[in-house]
Structures are given as C-alpha cells and as structure tokens.
Write a protein that binds this ligand. Structure first.
Ligand code: HEM
Length: 465
C-alpha cells in the first residue's frame, strides 16, 4: 500500500471560495506570538481561546501557525476522517531522543506494521491474565505500607504502574531496578518539554551542563535495563507468549527479524506511554475522592464485600470515566498537516500545527451540565449519552488512538479496587494539587497522604479515603 502521506494535494478538493482564509485568533506579541500566554497558563490559554474565538482558533508561536480545534466535527476530521493528511505533533516528534522511533512516534507504513504487531498483546482475551498481575502487584504494594506513615502516592503509583506494565507485556520483574528506572524515567519526562526549543535541545543532548548530563545518564540507565531484558530473553530462547516474544519472533516480508534497536524503541515507548498516564489518572481519582466524600462513600458501598469481576462494578467504572473527563492525563494531542487540508471550512496549509484538547472539550458546558463538578452519576443516568464523539476523548480517537486504552481502564479499576479495599489514607490538607500541564497533566507537588490503616480486607471505608 502506498504511504498515505504521499497522497498529493491535488487529490484533496480545495474549492478555495468556500474557505475563509484563516480562523480567528489573537495576534500575540511580535515574533513570539502567543508564547508568553501559552507559557504562563496553557490550560487557561486554551480554554480562553475556545471561549473567545470558537471551535477553531488560530494563534502563532515564533511565527509558526497553530490551530486549536475544539469544534467536535472539525476535531473528528483531524483525528479520524482526515487522519491520513496529518503526522504526529512537533511535541512528540522532538521526543525521539527519548522514545526512539516506536509506536507513539513512527509514521506511515512503519507505524502501520508495528501497530499490527503490537495489537494482539492488548486483545481483550489477554486482559484477564493481566488483571491478576495488576491485583497481585497492588496487594504487594499495600503490604509494604505501614499505618501512620506519610507517602507520596504519585511516586508510589508511578513505580507500581511501571512494574505492572513490565510484568504484563515483557514478563520482566523490574522491582529491583524500579527505583533507578523510575528515577531515570522521571528525569526523561521532566526534561522532555525542553526538547521543543532547538537551543535547549542542543544543550541537553550535546553540552556538558548538569541537566543534559543527568538526562543522558538517565537514558543510558533505561537503555541498559531494557537491553538486559531483551538479552536475557534472547539468551533463554523461550517463547513466553508475551509482547516481547512477539516482537522478537516477528519477521518482515524478507524474513528478517526486528533489529534490536527497534525492539528497544518499542519497549521504551510502552514503558513510558504505559505507566505515567495511568499513575496520574489514579492520583487524580484519589484526590477527587478525597474532596468528594459522598462519591467516596457510594464507591465504598459498591466495593464492600465484592469479590467478583472488576467489570461488574458500574459505579467504579463511572468514577474512572468522570476522573478521566476532569483530569485527562493526555490533556492535549498534537498533529501537523502533512499537506494542505480542509478542516471545518478553513484551509490548513501544510506545516500548520493543530492541537486537540480533551481538557477543553471535556469541561465544555455545552456538552456536560455543571462541567466542573465531579459527578460520576452522569455516566449512569444517560446524561452523557448522545455526546458528539469528540466531546470526550481521553484516549484520543481514530487510527492513532491509545492502543492501551482497554489495558489502562482495567488497570485503573483493578488498582483502585484493591487499594481501597485494603488500605485507608487521609490526604494531607492544604497541598497544592494545581494541575501542571507538561506533556502530561501532573499535580504540581505530588500527592501526599497519611496511611491510617492497612488490613488484608477492610469491611468498608470511612469518609476519609
Ligand atoms: C489513563 C491512561 C492513558 C491515557 C489517558 C492515554 C492516552 C493516550 C492518548 C490520548 C493517545 C493518543 C495520542 C495521539 O493521538 O497523539 C495515546 C496513544 C498511545 N498510548 Fe496511551 N494512554 C493511557 C495508557 C496507556 C497504556 C497503559 C499504554 C500501554 C501499555 C499506552 C500506550 C499508548 C501507545 C503505544 C500509543 C500510541 C498509539 C499509536 O500511535 O498507534 N497508553 N494514549
């Protein structure tokens, strides 16, 4: 099949008279454009843009045109019906020194082949086995807690979700390396946004400044751990039926195996994409429950004494959906037009950056009544039925949507269920939980709690978490 990105612009009809030249938007300041507003408060800037200029707003950063598309029909064009006219956003493209060229960042035929190869690992038939791993690892984590101690659940849950993804997909127990891998990943995630700026990128990747040295050391740590996982599997020659065995056993049309560097990139991508988002979503859910005792009590009633299938917990399901609505860890998704393309009646020239934002869409009063309230019931009463497809898309949409969405939903529910039925926490009051939008949406200072009780099976939960 021809590379979809090579379709010439002649194949896209452009009746120019139908298109107004460009969407409305702020001028910003000379040269920098809207960079200062964007830097100051990205979430507020995007929300304000959509309120002031409508479903397609234009701004610029260093004279590069950027569109914020919040109109659901136009957003669907970008991610779904005209997806082939776009490539991944610049934010991810510059992440290649970290992710490599794995599923998240690759394009065209290469991406298509890799997606097909990786997909069976996320098939729903595999999820039952993963659920056991998720519950067992969470139980092990709870058993390590002590009543009376203070914990940063953000850090703890990052480690837990990392161990789970490594065990489920690569049958690797990284608990021994979890601290060094966790620290290295944290550095990579922290430094990632700086790669967007060419001068800072050069400094980070080439010059002997502390931040760059730390990043490069962290990448070497990750590479060493991943190389170790791959080498020991290769040496064993075993087919354990997991994703790593699938990657190692794959052959291209010429019968060639996948190069080690490509296996490394896929493993790194899944390590990164597969744990931070889930950990953040758990943190936001626990913080929301701590602030909403009525919801928390209702959830406790559903969980109390329940020992069946995680799928049979409808209120837990609604709690997770509502948390992903208010705090979508992937708060913005970017694309770049690979050629001229018509979006929502406007004409995006090749090279235009386009941003879609679950944060803005999912807090829109036009789609969700009382949009800032944490009300899981809205997912049960039919209120959220009939929404346009792009009013709620925490896992993206279209061909590049999250391959781990089913895995993540199961993991969120299994961890919450296990955690909340075996331990009690009280959130430390007065913490700054302002969402900090980096590549993902994280709480500024972590999420600190006091563990008030740990027992193998608590009959129900009190008002505190
Ligand atoms: C709450 C948890 C998660 C959220 C909110 C989330 C969100 C997303 C979003 C929005 C995208 C689309 C990005 C785009 O269109 O540019 C995406 C892609 C992706 N996600 Fe997730 N994700 C989560 C968990 C996971 C997990 C658990 C895994 C793997 C174990 C994973 C692996 C991936 C991969 C590999 C892609 C790229 C898919 C492709 O381009 O074909 N994610 N994720």
């Amino acid at each position: 099949m021809a590379n979809a990105l090579s379709i010439s612009s002649q194949e896209i009809p452009f009746p120019k008279t139908r298109f107004s030249p460009e969407p409305p938007g702020p001028r910003g300041v000379p040269f920098l454009g809207s960079l200062p507003s964007l830097r100051r408060d990205p979430l507020g800037f995007f929300t304000g843009l959509s309120e002031s200029y409508g479903g397609i707003a234009r701004f610029s950063v260093f004279q590069v045109p950027v569109w914020l598309v919040t109109d659901p029909a136009a957003a669907e064009e970008v991610l779904v019906s005209k997806a082939r006219h776009f490539v991944k956003g610049r934010g991810l493209q510059v992440g290649r020194p970290i992710f490599g060229d794995g599923l998240l960042t690759s394009e065209g035929e290469k991406w298509r082949r890799q997606r097909k190869l990786v997909a069976p690992a996320f098939h729903h038939q595999r999820l039952a086995a993963y659920e056991r791993v998720m519950a067992d690892f969470t139980t092990r984590f709870v058993e390590g807690l002590r009543a009376g101690e203070t914990r940063d659940l953000h850090r703890d849950l990052m480690r837990l979700t990392l161990e789970i993804v490594a065990k489920c997909l690569f049958d690797a127990d990284v608990s021994k390396e979890a601290k060094s891998v966790g620290d290295a990943l944290a550095v990579a995630i922290r430094e990632f946004p700086k790669l967007l700026n060419p001068a800072r990128r050069f400094a980070l990747l080439r010059l002997p400044f502390p931040a760059g040295l730390e990043l490069r050391r962290s990448l070497r740590t990750l590479d060493t751990v991943i190389a170790g996982v791959i080498a020991s599997r290769k040496a064993s020659g075993e087919d354990r039926g997991d994703l790593l065995s699938m990657l190692l056993a794959s052959r291209d049309e010429d019968g060639e195996g996948m190069p080690d560097a490509q296996v490394r990139d896929e493993v790194m991508t899944l390590f990164l994409a597969g744990h931070e988002t889930t950990a953040l979503s758990l943190v936001w859910t626990l913080a929301l429950l701590a602030e909403n005792p009525v919801v928390e009590r209702r959830l406790a009633r559903e969980l109390a004494g329940f020992s069946g299938d995680t799928h049979a917990l409808p209120y837990l399901d609604a709690v997770v959906k509502e948390s992903l609505r208010l705090y979508p860890p992937a708060w913005a998704v970017g694309r770049v037009a690979a050629e001229d393309v018509a979006i929502g009646g406007f004409r995006a020239a090749k090279g235009t950056s386009v941003i879609l934002s679950p944060w803005v869409a999912q807090r829109n009063a036009g789609f969700f009544a009382d949009p800032l309230a944490f009300r899981p019931e809205r997912w049960q009463t039919g209120e959220a039925q009939g929404l346009p497809r792009m009013a709620y898309f925490p896992f993206g949409a279209g061909p590049r949507s999250c391959i781990g969405a089913g895995f993540a939903a199961l993991e969120l529910k299994t961890i919450l269920r296990t955690l909340l039925s075996k331990a009690r926490f009280v959130a430390i009051p007065g913490q700054d939980l302002t969402p900090q939008p980096s590549i993902t949406l994280r709480p500024r200072g972590g999420f600190r709690v006091v563990v008030t009780a740990v027992t193998p099976a608590l009959p129900g939960m009190p008002a505190a978490l």
